[in-house]
Design a protein around this ligand. Structure first.
Ligand SMILES: [Fe+2]
Length: 385
């Protein structure tokens, strides 16, 4: 994140003697990105984080891509998707490229282990549900509409609230996910024109230190390989930390829409940027106020990007036949636009209640065999009057 935060107890100076009540030293761990030149945090453990006593290969994750067919618009209905497993193992990858993998998951069981993604950052959008994101950095409660941004290296697990239905969209990046640079001043602070700022960011707010012994499993995904590491000491034994690298939540309802006299392009809705993609939030807002404005978007050819929209709630102003948890993919190379009647029908409308998450990728995505099972195959022809 762009600002400094600390939780728990830390010594006055970094890399100095810091003693536990029994006279032994606490154990520092620096977690940082881009070598030692990116953002980082310094954690203080009860036990060295290096004491692995057993290592097993869990397996490899090979994305089952579909056979390439003709390039066309796609619509996936994920509302009825059934996933088995927890918030990581139960993920269903729907599309991917070298930069990003997009999955959905409806966790049906608790994570019995902690997880670390070593390749990049993750954003988990909470479509439905609530619970706790537990990490070395503390407790972070999540709720519907949250983007959970988890930087690489964070050791975490999700503990959903009991008997609460959970539905999540997962964006797994091969790199780092950050606020758009144009929202920040030269000091890293959010600018006044940014649609959200530091006050909207929720870091972990309670640090629980576990001093327990037993058998504790941490799974690390590096490349497409998942390895299981076993420790005798609880991995969440941190007594304090400080720095700029930590997981946080940002709720989509806290995104302040930017509106104008005429139609604003999707860049006005940008929320995050990652390597080879951006994430945008379409939220309820007033429409354009030029006296002869057309609120609906115009036809457009996003020639060198694929546009993925995950529909959360409300009526999406330019689309028909879309339901909550639908995903449309409008690939680069061919134009798309409002469905018949929606362009003219938007004239005179004053507001929209649409809620959606858009991911634009700058390299082509390829769908998976799982996506094929959810596809509305008539969608590509749905613009015919
Ligand atoms: Fe579009």
């Amino acid at each position: 994140m762009t600002y400094y935060y600390k939780l728990g107890k830390i010594p006055h100076k970094r890399h100095t003697q810091f003693y536990q009540p029994d006279g032994s030293l606490y154990h520092e761990e620096l977690i940082g990105i881009r070598g030692f030149s990116g953002i980082q945090s310094l954690l203080y453990h009860l036990h060295p984080p290096t004491q692995i006593h057993k290592i097993l290969l869990e397996g490899t994750v090979d994305i089952p891509y579909e056979e390439l067919g003709p390039l066309r618009q796609r619509h996936l209905r994920t509302a009825t998707v059934v996933s088995n497993g927890d918030a990581v193992a139960g993920r269903i990858p729907l599309m991917a490229n070298a930069d990003v993998c997009i999955s959905v998951v409806k966790p049906t069981s608790l994570m019995s282990y902690w997880y670390r993604f070593a390749q990049g950052d993750e954003v988990i959008f909470i479509h439905e549900g609530s619970g706790v994101l537990e990490s070395q950095y503390g407790i972070l409660r999540y709720r519907q509409g949250d983007y959970l941004v988890i930087p690489t290296g964070v050791l975490w697990r999700i503990l959903p609230d009991a008997d609460i239905e959970q539905r999540m969209l997962v964006i797994e990046a091969n790199g780092h996910i950050e606020p758009p640079t144009r929202y920040l001043n030269r000091y890293g602070q959010f600018l006044e024109h940014a649609p959200y700022n530091e006050r909207d960011i929720r870091p972990p707010d309670e640090l629980v230190t576990h001093d327990e012994t037993g058998e504790f499993e941490v799974r690390v995904k590096a490349g497409n390989r998942i390895t299981r590491y076993f420790y005798h000491c609880h991995p969440l034994d941190v007594v304090g930390w400080d720095g700029h690298l930590y997981p946080f939540a940002f709720n989509i309802e806290d995104f302040e829409p930017i509106t104008g006299r005429i139609h604003q392009p999707p860049t006005a809705h940008q929320t995050f940027e990652g390597p080879g993609f951006v994430v945008c939030s379409f939220v309820p807002r007033l429409f354009d106020y030029h006296p002869i404005a057309i609120p609906s978007p115009y036809n457009h050819s996003n020639v060198d990007s694929d546009e993925v929209i995950y529909y959360v709630a409300g009526n999406f102003m330019s689309r028909k036949g879309i339901e909550s948890a639908s995903i449309t993919i409008h690939p680069g190379g061919i134009p798309h636009g409002p469905h018949p009647g929606m362009y003219e029908g938007s004239i005179g409308k004053e507001r929209t209640n649409e809620l959606a998450v858009m991911i634009d990728t700058f390299h082509p995505l390829r769908l998976t065999k799982y996506a094929l099972q959810l596809e509305d195959k008539d969608y590509a022809y749905s613009w015919i009057s």
